[in-house]
Write a protein that binds this ligand. Structure first.
Ligand code: COA
Length: 190
């Protein structure tokens, strides 16, 4: 069996979920400052458990052959403090979209920028995507700032995200500016 995907971002580790993540995941998904901006918060403890079971069963990163990869964002201690997702949007041209959540008690430390930077790097350098977008609620100023700090530019709305503001970066511009270099150490086998 191939080794599960891990991305070392420098200060954080993105890695598969484990059953022990339940308390941290439940806390994350019931915090009003988080649920205000994510479309998939589980309402009940049972729904959180079912979500975690699905994520634990995800196994290998399906984004390589499928459509999405969701990883736990961890401190070096292993504690889950957020979530990171890279989802394929279209196969031809190869495009993707990123998503991230950081627990409120860890906000303002640059973690979301570090996580999103690692996702961009993985998407462009390992999956060879041609364009990556990030979508967020127009009122979500912190998330918009994260996307801007990564060198992403505001673009037109995309289908399915008509209510959101959309930012994008193309592979060519990423390679020229590589805005994520300082945040992402790339895949690791640890
Ligand atoms: C949005 C979120 C990901 C930010 O995480 P974070 O780790 O605090 O982000 P970073 O520290 O990397 O960067 C945040 C930036 O936003 C800025 N910011 C924070 N609150 C802000 C606000 N109300 N208005 C404008 N900018 C704001 C910070 O100052 C920082 O920019 P700076 O480095 O130029 O000072 C996190 O708060 C979160 O998960 N929120 C709930 C879920 C969510 O919104 N997910 C994204 C869905 S698209």
């Amino acid at each position: 069996m191939a080794r599960p995907m891990r991305l070392n971002t420098g200060r954080l580790l993105l890695s598969p979920y484990t059953p022990e993540d339940y308390p941290a995941l439940r806390a994350l998904h019931t915090d009003p400052s988080v649920t205000a901006y994510i479309s998939w918060p589980p309402d009940t403890p049972e729904q959180t458990r079912a979500l975690l079971d699905r994520r634990c069963a995800q196994g290998e990163p399906p984004v390589q052959g499928g459509t999405a990869m969701t990883l736990a964002v961890r401190l070096p201690s292993g504690l889950l403090i957020g979530e990171a997702q890279l989802r394929r949007r279209t196969p031809e041209p190869a495009t993707g979209t990123i998503g991230y959540v950081i627990a409120p008690e860890c906000a303002g430390l640059g973690y979301a920028t570090e996580v999103a930077g690692a996702l961009l790097r993985f998407g462009f350098e390992s999956l060879h995507l041609e364009r990556i977008t990030g979508e967020c609620d127009p009122a979500n100023s912190a998330s918009r700032r994260v996307l801007e700090k990564l060198g992403m530019r505001r673009v037109d709305h995309v289908r399915g995200h008509e209510q959101d503001v959309v930012y994008a970066i193309e592979a060519g511009r990423y390679e020229t500016s590589n805005p994520t270099r300082r945040w992402s150490a790339g895949p690791t086998s640890t």
